[in-house]
Design a protein around this ligand. Sequence first.
Ligand code: TXA
Ligand code: MG
Length: 328
Amino acid sequence: MVGKMRFSPIEAVSDTALSAAADALKRGELVSFPTETVYGLGGDATSNAAVAKIYAAKGRPQFNPLIAHCPDLARAKEQGVFNADAEALAAQFWPGPLTLVVPKRADASVCDLVTAGLESVALRVPANPVARQLLEKTGRPVAAPSANLSGKVSPTTARHVAEHLADKVAAILDGGACAVGLESTIVGCLDGKVYLLRPGGVPREALEAVLGRPLDLWAQNPENPNAPGQLTSHYAPNARMRLDAKHVCEGEGLLAFGPVAAGERERAAFVLNLSETGDLQEAATRLFACLRQLDETGVAAIAVQPVPTNGLGEAINDRLLRAAAPRP
Ligand code: TXA
Ligand code: MG
């Protein structure tokens, strides 16, 4: 067969591969690495040139700031100012799927492009061992958005990353499928308030239990540059999505949650189930992979069964809403 042999940047994890990836980051190249949430597209957070490559590779609007990943709390504190709330949340949830937005330190080493010029900085200490070893070896904060093209579904395997970004990265470290499957929860600890900026892998209830009070309300406004630059349509599959569907219409695909009645199953073009037993954690880990699979079927419309809004359900519903939002 005559075909173009394509170089695959996917690499099994080894000490050599980790060192080579850390060296590539220090040279200003991009490396994709697994975290417990989704795969990240990493670049040296102290280099405007490296971070510019991230924005270019993703086709990402420059006003959307990035998360700087650090190997531990001490290193995170070199970048941002932690008040008592931030300390308490970091102590409980780091390493793990939580990002803290705190005031940027005057002597922070993260470059302006990471914060998109804001006076706050988003910091995260991931739990995934591959991510932690890479950060440790790199010795600098690593900026990493999810490793997908802007507006597309976030990757939870190395193969997902390779599909869109193979030619943009020095390496994709293969850490298997992501354990959480949804992005980190983003919490702003600013001006004495604690805001939920993006629901994610740590549920609201768990945050409030540590704080001993409810989270403060954040006025959502996508035009406000101080709000997380979350575009309304995001995580978009090509098919039209109909949320909270009680019934399937003829020809629609069904994205189910929990048991599916026989009649619905018959009408559906096909059924994908986030969790047959109605388990939110399982649904979170399967969500993005299911959205991809739905796209591969080429179906035009998808009915999505209701997903409860407690615990990880808040983040799942947030991603489904964005996937269903009108396209720009
Ligand atoms: O799980 C995750 O958080 C993954 C993995 C790779 O760590 N990363 C991720 O990054 O989801 P990204 O770039 O897709 O999402 C970062 C979010 C954006 O919505 C951005 O607007 C917000 O963080 N953000 C970053 N800095 C901020 C700041 N200073 N103030 C408010 N929001 C900020
Ligand atoms: Mg993303």
